[in-house]
Design a protein around this ligand. Structure first.
Ligand SMILES: Cc1cc2nc3c(=O)[nH]c(=O)nc-3n(C[C@H](O)[C@H](O)[C@H](O)COP(=O)(O)OP(=O)(O)OC[C@H]3O[C@@H](n4cnc5c(N)ncnc54)[C@H](O)[C@@H]3O)c2cc1C
Length: 394
């Protein structure tokens, strides 16, 4: 049989895409290589409120509601922003995967786990995929994450300048202690002692905490796990808050942080989610953006079926729509990445975070309530001041 669409990868991008495709009446198959779709995907797990609202996600998937953030930016200096409404919540990715898969299935999609797609060949009238069997399909949505084999096919020369590298512990703690020490806040830690060009985070869930360190891969010269261990054991604030917590899992993964992948479509193929580079270059938020790209891809694929045009030219509208919706947000994020994430070595980062007026904007950015451009306008004076100071010094 020839499927209408095969979605490779059952993460948030692939599952939102298939749910929508199935609702348009298309014959959709999702192939994911894990035991269950997206099972144990490494993630801090924070879903922002805009993701919950825009995709009508059931709030029962939240392990903990989030109403604020604490940002620690220099030893002993921090600020907390509390909101008068929920700004998101923390989830377990296995549970999110199950939930999104069930939504796709109830719309009519078929989801198959433990199916690793190894190869893909574009034929004249269909695409052939090799997994445990050979599949044929009219269209492919490549939602296979940061190490996407489909992205490599479309962008063989794309060297991904800004890949992030993350290490994370899942640590167990009694729920009462989590309530007492973290409440309904996610915590972000900046500074050279915490991460080489990046940040650390503690995201509380029901009975465990996601505790991680991320950095730009190009800046990681030492073992990043050493930073994580140091953060957990020796950070003056974090080590006390984590006292008594037990490591139950350790993982490491890459995350794309350089904005949209240059080519996101080809004959009969579109790239979605991390495969298309839809992650915030500055906060690392990816679930919301991947769902947005999944929905756009579904609309474009549906249009292709109506026009019976699966050509590269016909599908070029996908790149245009993706750029229009996410392009500038992600592009300016890359700019800000330079001046914000390296807070430890730049007066800009410190200047921004120690300015009371900016702190609310930083909080808003971290919980996805404000666009980068708002931050950018306020960051420019710090950037200019820094430039002038450096010019005088030289
Ligand atoms: C440490 C860390 C912390 C993060 N924290 C957050 C956070 O708190 N909030 C947030 O919004 N984002 C966060 N992100 C980013 C977020 O996890 C990703 O952006 C998001 O998961 C992307 O979704 P996706 O569907 O594109 O890809 P993925 O979730 O990676 O899903 C891809 C799926 O495809 C499968 N697959 C891959 N190759 C194949 C193949 N060849 N055949 C079949 N299946 C395949 C994979 O197993 C996987 O299930 C974090 C990322 C990291 C690394």
């Amino acid at each position: 049989m020839i499927w209408d669409v095969i979605v490779v990868g059952g993460g948030p991008a692939g599952l939102i895409c298939s749910e929508n495709l199935a609702s348009y009446g298309l014959n959709v198959l999702v192939l994911d290589d894990r035991d269950e779709p997206n099972m144990d995907k490494l993630c801090g797990g924070m879903l922002t409120e805009r993701a919950l609202r825009e995709f009508s996600l059931d709030e029962n998937i939240l392990e903990r509601e989030i109403w604020g953030v604490t940002v620690s930016y220099r030893e002993g200096e921090s600020f907390t922003i509390d909101y008068d409404e929920r700004v998101g919540g923390n989830v377990h990715r296995t549970e999110l995967g199950k939930y999104l898969a069930q939504r796709a299935v109830s719309n009519g999609a078929e989801v198959r786990s433990k199916e690793h797609v190894k190869k893909l060949k574009i034929r004249q009238d269909y695409v052939e995929l090799s997994a445990s069997e050979t599949y044929q399909t009219k269209m492919v949505a490549g939602a296979d994450g940061v190490n996407s084999i489909i992205k490599k096919l479309l962008n063989p020369m794309d060297d991904r300048k800004s890949l992030g590298f993350c290490v994370q512990y899942l640590m167990s703690m009694k729920p009462e202690l989590i309530d007492e020490r973290f409440g309904k806040r996610n915590e972000f830690y900046y500074g050279g002692d915490v991460s080489p060009f990046g940040y650390a985070w503690i995201f509380p869930k029901g009975d465990c905490l996601a505790v991680g360190v991320g950095a730009l891969l190009s800046k990681v010269k030492e073992n990043l796990k050493t930073y994580l261990e140091n953060f957990v054991k020796n950070h003056p604030v974090a080590s006390q808050k984590l006292e008594g917590a037990k490591v139950i899992r350790f993982d490491a993964a890459l995350v794309p942080l350089s904005g949209l992948t240059s080519i996101n479509y080809s004959d009969r193929i579109v790239l979605v989610g991390d495969a298309a580079g839809t992650v915030s270059p500055i906060t690392g938020e990816g679930m919301y953006y991947s769902m947005v790209s999944g929905k756009i891809a579904a609309d474009v694929i549906n249009r292709a079926f109506h026009k019976n045009d699966f050509s590269e030219k016909g599908l070029s509208v996908y790149q245009k729509k993706l750029k229009k919706r996410l392009g500038s947000e992600l592009k300016w994020g890359v700019w800000l990445q330079n001046y914000f994430l390296k807070g430890q070595s730049s007066n800009v980062g410190i200047g921004i975070m120690s300015d009371k007026g900016m702190q609310k904007l930083v909080g808003d950015l971290l919980v996805g309530r404000k666009s980068y451009t708002r931050i950018l306008v306020r960051a420019i004076p710090y950037w200019l001041k820094n430039k002038i100071r450096n010019t005088i010094r030289d």
